[in-house]
Design a protein around this ligand. Structure first.
Ligand SMILES: Cc1cc2nc3c(=O)[nH]c(=O)nc-3n(C[C@H](O)[C@H](O)[C@H](O)COP(=O)(O)O)c2cc1C
Length: 369
């Protein structure tokens, strides 16, 4: 009897740990990469312990001959889906790992990793809720709680995590390791790289710590835009000239949230903010590096496209984003420069930017073959 209650206590502790770890894992932006990976390992260990502790129950279900109730069947389907999702999550964790499994280079999609983590959290909530359902007398109340819990879990994974990432992230990188690498034989003719970034078009306080609600990149202690870092990588790979798109009038707010609101207003009004001249008349192609803003192009980029004569040139487009791929950037650019061949090169998830030096060189090489 004592043995049984000891096992039960261990089981409860492991279960609480698993939920706690999963929620903490969602706070990647605060824990940083290495702690995130170590806690991920702890979660996987807890999962194995959980399965071992439940082995007798699993064996009984597998041997069962009589037909289970609908609720039991539903609960078992959720368990199978949860196990599959955890397995896929484990593989995708290795794929995106930079600390514990840097040698594992398959399924290295951060977006897939986040979706799988969301699936595990949601299925985990339903799985836990079903335990309550079987014990409860007022079943309807528990069903409502399970549905609300599942919606909350989905909202955390799909909306809260990207929100936290974009608003509170400060990534510290070593500039030369990130930027320098293989030089490519660029087949795109004479080229200039034009980029837009929030940094440089925003008045940041000198003291970075004083900047509230900003998603920042610190390269060797210097504040940089993600797209600026990417532009430097491409310039290093191709050896071309680079020109930033620089606002001449009002800059964006140092607060990330306010910038999002300001950019949304500009997009709705199809504003064309004033920019310093960008001369691309003397080149055959242009590489445009830009962030996705509100699923489209930032309006200063629209100003650049309208002010420059790009007809007959090739325009290679590299987009960075917080989860939404190219959005409508390619169509929007094509509308603004109908006589230009617009070539999508890649859309990079913002967290990956510091680590794409070799990949971007390969992709540009392929795009200009
Ligand atoms: C005003 C604004 C709007 C944004 N809108 C989106 C969006 O609609 N979809 C998305 O995936 N990312 C969005 N992002 C995230 C940026 O595309 C991403 O963080 C980018 O890498 C920032 O580059 P930068 O630091 O060089 O400015 C937005 C960022 C800002 C500042």
């Amino acid at each position: 009897m004592k043995e049984r209650s000891k096992k039960r206590t261990i089981g409860i502790v492991v279960d609480i740990l698993m939920y706690g770890l999963l929620l903490t894992q969602m706070l990647y932006v605060f824990t940083g990469n290495n702690i995130h990976e170590i806690l991920g390992m702890a979660f996987m260990l807890c999962t194995v312990t959980h399965i071992v502790l439940k082995r007798k129950w699993i064996a009984a279900v597998l041997k069962r001959e009589n037909k289970p109730s609908k609720a039991r069947r539903f609960s078992e389907i959720i368990i199978v889906l949860l196990l599959l999702a955890i397995l896929a999550l484990a593989l995708s964790s290795m794929g995106v790992s930079r600390f514990l499994f840097p040698w594992f280079t398959y399924i290295s999609s951060p977006a897939l990793h986040r979706y799988l983590a969301t699936a595990v959290l949601t299925l985990g909530v339903i799985h836990g809720g079903m335990h309550g359902y079987f014990r409860a007398k007022k079943k309807k109340k528990v069903v409502v709680l399970i549905v609300l819990g599942a919606i909350a879990a989905l909202a955390i994974g799909l909306a809260l995590v990207p929100y936290l990432n974009r608003h509170f992230k400060t990534v510290k990188v070593e500039y030369s390791t990130m930027v320098t690498g293989r030089k490519i034989d660029w087949k795109g003719g004479t080229t200039k790289l034009v980029y837009f970034t929030r940094m440089g078009n925003t008045d940041f306080e000198a003291d970075v710590d004083a900047v509230s609600g900003a998603s920042l990149l610190l390269a060797d202690g210097k504040l940089m835009g993600s797209n600026e870092l990417l532009a430097d990588m491409i310039t290093d790979a191709i050896g071309c000239e680079q020109i930033p798109i620089t606002l001449t009038g009002q800059k964006y707010s140092s607060s990330y949230s306010s910038t999002v609101v300001e950019a949304g207003k500009e997009l709705r009004e199809q504003a064309r903010p004033g920019i310093l001249p960008v001369d691309v008349s003397d080149c055959e192609s242009v590489i445009l590096v830009l962030p996705l803003w509100w699923g489209s192009i930032p309006m200063p980029v629209a100003t650049f496209l309208e002010q420059s004569d790009l007809s007959g040139k090739k325009l290679y487009v590299v987009v960075t984003q917080g989860s939404a791929g190219y959005g409508s950037t390619i169509e929007d650019i094509r509308k603004l420069v109908p006589d230009t061949e617009v070539i999508p090169v890649t859309s990079i998830y913002c967290d990956d930017i510091p680590y794409v030096r070799e990949k971007i060189a390969d992709l540009l090489e392929q795009a200009a073959k």
